[in-house]
Ligand binder design. Structure first.
Ligand code: B1M
Length: 214
């Protein structure tokens, strides 16, 4: 990356960390005008900035409200970036039911995944956070969803994913829906263990895996 492009990415990171939407929007716009690959803006700019904010929170350098401001600023930038990430996306990729599992309120990453999936042409039915296994299963049946995406950010809430899969089986719905799981403590081996169809480490990979699954 040239020095100018590198400087723009650094500006985007700083603006997200500061939780300032206008400079994030201006930075994303400048990056696109300068011909920076939208995937680079997403991965090296917006995503890297949120990872850094999470690390700063862990070190006690920022507090929860700061993280929420940063997430909002990041989402403003993402909204501007999405049409460029999803060029060529068909509007018929299918319906995905998405949510953060019961007992878990972390929804920043899940929202990120939802925005990216909808940018890629999926109809996203977002159930929000603290979603029970029953609610996931009912939504899959109601919307005839081909894909179910579950997010968990706490080791204590991960078992809800497994319960949901069991309930899908019990209601004879499992064969009609592919199940994608993710969230910081969730791994490929956990996905394999509970019998999910796919796992993704981040929002970009989630779109790629979702497309493969459907
Ligand atoms: Co909490 N929290 N939190 N927290 N929080 C973590 C997750 C934690 C790792 C912090 C820590 O201790 N170091 C820790 C979990 C430990 C564990 O179990 N492994 C933790 C804890 C313990 C808690 C509480 C229990 C704290 C307390 O009250 N004592 C509490 C739990 C409340 C509850 O849920 N019942 C709690 C509360 C909160 C806040 C409400 C204050 C806030 C959430 C606000 C919100 O989401 N609206 C919060 C936050 C912000 C965090 C951290 C700092 C940041 C999470 C985040 O948004 N990251 C987090 C520490 C950290 O990650 N460094 C932490 C940015 C986001 C873009 O990334 O969410 O990882 P991420 O999402 C990524 C990927 O994971 C992936 O793609 C996303 C985009 O790239 N992905 C998927 C996510 N879902 C996916 C689904 C997919 C595919 C990919 O397919 C469907």
């Amino acid at each position: 990356m040239s020095t100018t492009r590198h400087a723009i990415i650094e500006e985007i990171i700083e603006a997200v960390v500061e939780g300032e939407p206008e400079p994030v929007i201006a930075g994303v716009r400048r990056a696109l005008e300068a011909g920076v690959d939208p995937e680079t803006v997403l991965n090296d700019g917006l995503t890297a900035a949120m990872t850094s904010v999470g690390d700063m929170l862990d070190r006690g350098e920022v507090f929860i409200p700061d993280v929420l401001w940063s997430a909002e600023a990041m989402q403003e930038g993402l909204a501007l970036l999405l049409p460029h990430l999803s060029e060529g996306a068909s509007r018929s990729a299918g319906t995905v039911v998405l949510g953060t599992v019961q007992g878990d309120v972390h929804d920043i990453g899940k929202n990120f995944v939802g925005l990216m999936l909808s940018g890629a042409g999926f109809e996203v039915v977002d159930l929000g956070h603290d979603v029970t296994a029953e609610a996931f299963v009912e939504a899959v049946a109601e919307h005839g969803a081909g894909l179910l995406g579950m997010s968990a950010m706490l080791t204590t809430t991960m078992p809800v994913m497994s319960r949901t899969l069991q309930l899908l089986e019990a209601r004879s719905l499992r064969s009609g829906v592919r199940v994608l799981v993710g969230g910081a403590p969730v791994t490929q081996s956990y996905a394999d263990k509970i019998g999910a169809d796919g796992w993704a480490i981040d929002a970009t990979k989630a779109v790629a895996v979702a497309k493969e699954l459907v």
